[in-house]
Design a protein around this ligand. Structure first.
Ligand code: GLY
Length: 366
């Protein structure tokens, strides 16, 4: 069975999210965009091209006038303005105009970078997301956040630009390495924590099937996770308010990601950041101590870290200051009132953040 969700007009553009089991229906989905006289540039990376480049190019060729492929080098370190510049040059060379379309085929790095190029090339052209990691399927491909890193600042330059459609082929997850899969699970668990306690419990109950990548369970999980993301971004597409809830775990998480020089995957850092946020919530008596420990320990069955072996809390704290999630001089921190209910708080102090980071640093039991 395939499934479909639609993001509604409140987010400025109506677009479908197809949850499929293969690329078989990609061509008919692209046909909805009436591309017969248009060109498509598939933007992908050196890893994904080898796996799915040919198949997706074939499906796109059945729908569009001409299809070209742009392959960037894989890796977060290439999510830069230099790569965007190179892509612009390629599009100019290939005579891409406003009617033409970009297709992001890959994980979050490709999706964010391609989306940003689409948002800015000729003041904005259409693009489609074909996310190939669990993280990009459940989070980054939905909601129109696009951008690149700038120096050591993650996603510092970007734009909101909604895709025309999102096409997920869940079968690609079978070939995803376990660490990448776990990284995506952190965002899925995050969606449960912020919005839906019943879904969170369902994830915990089904962790063996999820880890085995059982097709039906994955479909249910991705569908429900996308529903949560969709409901948040529909109400607040440009993050004026409640969309910030999706940043649970990201203030401390991004800081650890930078501190570790990107040796930890994004989702691994989000898991650590969620634990930090749960710790502050517990210390403020917003959730009981048992709930904090339960939240922390429930990342373990999904192969996510719950501590770092070493770290300098002061340096990590300083890295939280360069994050985008600031409101004036205050960090817009996301705390938990309970599993399934997150709140925005601008009063979290440096001392509280430091204590949470210290809690995350592994201590030998005595
Ligand atoms: N990943 C957070 C958001 O899309 O707002």
């Amino acid at each position: 069975m395939s499934r479909k969700l639609s993001i509604n007009k409140a987010s400025r553009i109506l677009y479908p999210i197809y949850i499929e089991h293969s690329f078989e229906n990609l061509s008919s989905c692209l046909n909805e965009l009436e591309l017969q006289d248009r060109k498509i540039c598939i933007v992908t990376d050196s890893n994904v091209e080898k796996l799915y480049g040919e198949e997706v190019q074939k499906a796109a060729s059945a729908s569009a006038g001409k299809v070209v492929l742009y392959t960037m080098t894989a890796g977060e370190e290439h999510k830069t303005l230099d790569t965007v510049k190179d892509l612009y040059a390629f599009l100019i060379e290939e005579h891409f105009d406003r009617k033409d379309l970009l297709v992001a085929l890959g994980g979050g790095v490709v999706g964010d970078l391609c989306g940003y190029a689409a948002a800015t090339y000729l003041r904005g052209i259409d693009f489609v997301q074909i996310p190939t990691t669990l993280l990009s399927q459940t989070d980054s491909s939905i909601g129109g956040k696009t951008g690149v890193d700038f120096d050591s600042y993650k996603n510092m330059v970007g734009a909101f630009h909604m895709p025309r459609l999102v096409y997920m082929n869940m079968s690609v997850l079978k070939s995803l390495d376990n660490r990448q899969f776990a990284s995506g699970m952190a965002e899925v668990l995050k969606h449960g924590l912020i919005r839906d306690g019943v879904f969170y419990e369902w994830l915990i109950d089904h962790f063996p099937e999820i880890n085995e990548k059982d097709t039906e369970i994955l479909e249910e999980m991705i569908y429900r996770s996308c529903q949560i993301k969709k409901s948040v971004v529909e109400k607040d597409p440009t993050e004026k308010g409640e969309r910030a809830l999706l940043n649970l775990g990201h203030t401390i998480g991004h800081a650890i990601e930078k501190y570790m020089d990107f040796k930890y995957l994004h989702g691994e850092c989000v898991a650590l950041g969620c634990i930090g946020a749960a710790y502050i919530s517990y210390k403020r008596n917003m959730i009981p101590m048992e709930e904090y420990y339960e939240i922390r320990d429930m990342f373990v069955p999904f192969s996510l870290p719950i501590s770092i072996s070493e770290g300098n809390p002061e340096e990590i704290l300083n890295l939280t200051k360069s994050d985008k999630k600031m409101d004036g001089s205050h960090v817009k921190f996301i705390l938990l009132k309970k599993v399934g209910k997150a709140v925005i708080d601008t009063t979290v102090t440096d001392e509280e953040i430091t204590a949470a980071i210290e809690e995350l640093i592994y201590k030998e039991e005595v």
